[in-house]
Write a protein that binds this ligand. Structure first.
Ligand SMILES: [Zn+2]
Length: 296
C-alpha cells in the first residue's frame, strides 16, 4: 500500500528538464508557480514543458518559429502568443528560438543520407535587401526537387558558384552527370573544377522556374525584406544565411510538393528524417526522461 502511494507520488513529479532525471522534489511556490529541484543535477526548474534555459513552453517556441517561416511579421507573432498564452516574449526571444530550432533542424537533417538523381539545375537571381543588391545562387536536383545548396553573396564570381557546387556535392555524396544553368561564362570552368570532366554542362532548364523562384525565394525575400533585424551578436549576412537555411530546410523536409504528388523533396529523395514539424524539432532539444524504474 505504501509502495503504491510512493510510486504514484513519484510519477506525478516532472522529470528534470536539464538532465531528464526522475529524482526531483518540489521546491516551493513563487508568484503562484510551483518550483522543482533536481536531486541528480541540483538545478531548479518550472514544469512548463519548456526547453532547458528557456522561459517559454515548447509549443509557444515551435509556433513562433512556424509562424516566422510562414511569413508572419514579428509583431503579429508576438500578438498571437499574447492572445493565446498570455505571454509576452521580446523580439530577441523569438530570434533565439529561430536560431536554436533552425540550427538543430539542420544539424539533425545532416545525419540522414539523401538519394538524388543525376541531373542538377543551377540558378541565380538578384535580390535586393535593405537597399543592397545580392546574388542568390542555388542548385536543385531535377528528379526529386531536393534543394542541394543555396547561397547569398554580394557578388557572382566563380568562387561563389564553386562554393555552392561544393556544398551540393557534399550533401548529395556524388557528382551529377549533367548540370544545367544559364549561359554565364564562368559555369563551364566551375563545373569542371568541382565535379570533374565527366559532368556535362548544358545551358537550359528542365522545369519551370516558378517552383522555386516565385515560391521559396520570394517568400524568403519577402520575409527578410520588411524586418531584417540582426540577432544579438550576429551580423546581417549571417542572419540572412541562417533564415535562408531555415527556408531550405522547410522546403526540403516539411512542405509537400505539388510537382511530387504531395511528397516532400526529402521523401522523394528517400530520406528517413523523423521530424514532421517544428514541434518535433523543439522536443528533440529536451533531454530524454530517465526510464521508469523496473518493477521488481
Ligand atoms: Zn537534473
Amino acid at each position: 500500500m505504501f509502495d503504491y502511494v510512493g510510486k504514484a507520488t513519484k510519477i506525478e513529479l516532472p522529470t528534470c528538464k536539464f538532465c531528464g532525471s526522475r529524482d526531483t522534489v518540489k521546491n516551493g511556490h513563487r508568484k503562484g508557480t510551483q518550483y522543482y529541484i533536481c536531486k541528480n543535477c541540483g538545478k531548479g526548474f518550472v514544469d512548463n514543458k519548456g526547453l532547458p534555459r528557456m522561459r517559454y513552453p515548447m509549443d509557444v517556441v515551435a509556433k513562433g518559429v512556424y509562424d516566422y517561416y510562414a511569413g508572419t511579421s514579428l509583431t503579429k507573432i508576438r500578438e498571437g502568443i499574447a492572445q493565446q498564452w498570455n505571454l509576452y516574449p521580446a523580439d530577441s526571444a523569438v530570434y533565439t528560438w529561430l536560431r536554436m530550432l533552425t540550427k538543430k533542424a539542420i544539424a539533425e537533417a545532416k545525419k540522414y543520407p539523401i538519394s538524388v538523381g543525376d541531373k542538377w539545375v543551377c540558378d541565380e537571381t538578384v535580390v535586393s535587401l535593405s537597399g543592397e543588391k545580392y546574388w542568390y545562387i542555388d542548385i536543385i536536383d531535377a528528379d526529386t526537387r531536393f534543394l542541394l545548396a543555396a547561397k547569398i553573396s554580394p557578388n557572382r564570381t566563380i568562387k561563389d558558384i564553386k562554393a555552392t557546387f561544393e556544398e551540393a556535392k557534399e550533401k548529395a555524396g556524388k557528382s551529377p552527370s549533367e548540370i544545367l544553368s544559364d549561359g554565364w561564362a564562368g559555369y563551364p570552368d566551375a563545373v569542371e573544377q568541382v565535379f570533374g570532366a565527366d559532368t556535362k554542362h548544358a545551358v537550359g532548364s528542365p522545369f519551370k522556374q516558378d517552383d522555386l523562384n516565385t515560391n521559396l525565394i520570394e517568400r524568403w525575400h519577402g520575409t527578410l525584406k520588411d524586418r531584417l533585424k540582426p540577432m544579438r551578436g550576429m551580423d546581417r549576412s549571417k542572419v540572412m544565411q541562417l533564415v535562408l537555411d531555415g527556408f531550405i530546410f522547410y522546403y526540403n523536409y516539411f512542405r509537400p510538393h505539388e510537382g511530387l504528388e504531395g511528397e516532400t523533396p526529402g521523401e522523394a529523395a528517400k530520406v528517413k528524417f523523423p521530424f514532421r514539424s517544428w514541434f518535433d524539432v523543439a522536443e528533440s532539444l529536451r533531454p530524454k526522461p530517465e526510464p521508469l524504474p523496473r518493477d521488481k
